[in-house]
Design a protein around this ligand. Structure first.
Ligand code: KIV
Length: 289
């Protein structure tokens, strides 16, 4: 079999749906490209550990992102900036081990690719070899195009991330909506086209007006993955701690909470403490004699 004759499993890509269709192997970039052709939308969630990733994998989430949002959502930092390559390799390895069929994408953290395309290559290879992920994600449009090109040439699938890029939080002065106004909108379109041209297989659009995200989605042949970018993107991503109601305090406007795990776990911890105080736990059925 040569490069122009795909295996039967690869052939599945154009005919099966992502939800319930791809069950016996991992989702690939070909499946995502075919989903865009069919107009099938898909979801992506972040995951930072094997157990949670396993739950989402069993639920059929086709793509899991080991985001550097682990910095503020898992590791206790205020931003994504302090996250290191060693931390990403450890978290991504756990997510790969906890899953069977989702495509696992891992973020290149701040400082691991901005220096040069060679640095991007070195660290992307670490994520592929040491953690076993199927793809990497990096922030930046035109400014990151050369690095994307180099990784793609080397056989590393790259998801790009434009619009609001949280690793630039200090330069942006917070997390403002991007692409507002003619010049900013034109730049966003140029960024989207530059990363597609460089070979990115998908593009995250974060905190972008819905009308602009729709325009980008229509003009790109690769899927767009929205977060705060309206309903017309090809896919949607949410940070799992936000979507499951684990995050303390306010969540961004674009988050929908699908559960309230913080309240559920808090209630469980209070009930446990109460049982211990009142000798209701351990009960006879939890006790050895
Ligand atoms: O790190 C992350 O979780 C992300 C998503 C917000 C897209 O980049």
């Amino acid at each position: 079999m040569n490069a122009s004759s795909p295996s039967p499993a690869q052939n599945q890509a154009s005919t099966t749906t992502l939800y319930g269709g791809v069950t016996t192997r991992r989702v690939t970039v070909r499946d995502l490209a075919a989903a865009k052709q069919r107009g099938e939308k898909w979801s992506m969630l972040t995951a930072y550990d094997a157990l949670t990733a396993g739950v989402f994998d069993e639920a059929g989430t086709p793509v899991l992102l080991v985001g550097d949002s682990a910095g503020n959502c898992h590791l206790g930092y205020e931003t994504t900036v302090p996250v290191t390559m060693d931390q990403m390799v450890m978290l991504a390895g756990a997510v790969v081990r906890g899953t069977k069929r989702a495509m696992i994408v891992a973020d290149l953290p701040f400082g691991s690719y901005q220096e040069s395309p060679a640095q991007a290559m070195h660290n992307a290879v670490r994520l592929m070899k040491d953690a076993g992920v199927g793809a990497v994600k990096l922030e930046g449009g035109e400014r990151s195009a050369r690095s994307i090109e180099l990784l793609v040439e080397a056989g590393i699938p790259v998801m790009a991330h434009i619009g609001l890029t949280p690793q630039s939080v200090h330069a942006l002065g917070g997390y403002p909506v991007q692409g507002r106004g003619d010049e900013a909108a034109h730049q966003l379109l140029r960024d989207a086209k530059a990363v597609q041209q460089a070979g990115a297989f998908a593009v995250v659009l974060e905190a972008v007006p819905a009308e602009l995200a729709k325009q980008v989605t229509e003009q790109l042949t690769v899927p767009t993955v929205g977060i705060g970018a309206g309903v017309d993107c090809d896919a949607q991503v949410l940070v799992w701690t936000d979507f499951a109601g684990m995050t303390a305090g306010r969540v961004p406007k674009f988050v929908k909470q699908y559960a309230n795990l913080r309240a559920v776990l808090g209630d469980a911890a209070r009930a446990f403490a109460e049982d211990v105080r009142g000798d209701a736990f351990p009960a006879p059925e939890h006790t050895f004699h």
